[in-house]
Design a protein around this ligand. Sequence first.
Ligand code: CMP
Length: 135
Amino acid sequence: MEETLVLIKPDGVKRQICGEILTRYERKGLIIKAMKLLQTPKELAQEHYAEHKDKPFFGELVDFITSGPVLAFVLAGKNAVTSVRTINGATNPVDATPGSIRGDYALTMDSNVVHASDSVDSAAREIHLWFPEYK
Ligand code: CMP
């Protein structure tokens, strides 16, 4: 069974839409295997976004993800990585299809409500990072 790491970012938690977002994944048939609400330590945020460390928006990414609580969870199911990314919609909400989470709930790239692993390899790395106690 494939697994992926999902974060409801501080904008989603603040707007109290965690339940609506989780329902979408559960309706699809994905299974919640682990979950926690946490205030992200700066070191974890920097490690999570390490692939963007040379990008001009790296500082803003880290500041945003550490600006309030995040709901982190592991979802499992067949093709979980691709399925979750389809449910989330395009990274830039301007391009996200209506019916996707970002298409329905987000307007800008910096506050795009959710993060999900972009490959099976990223998922393994990110699950280990956010849930070192898992498995
Ligand atoms: P996320 O899936 O969390 O992974 C990287 C994040 O960078 C992405 O969602 C966006 O929220 C954020 N981001 C902000 N600015 C940009 C940009 N110019 N290009 C790509 N991603 C960006």
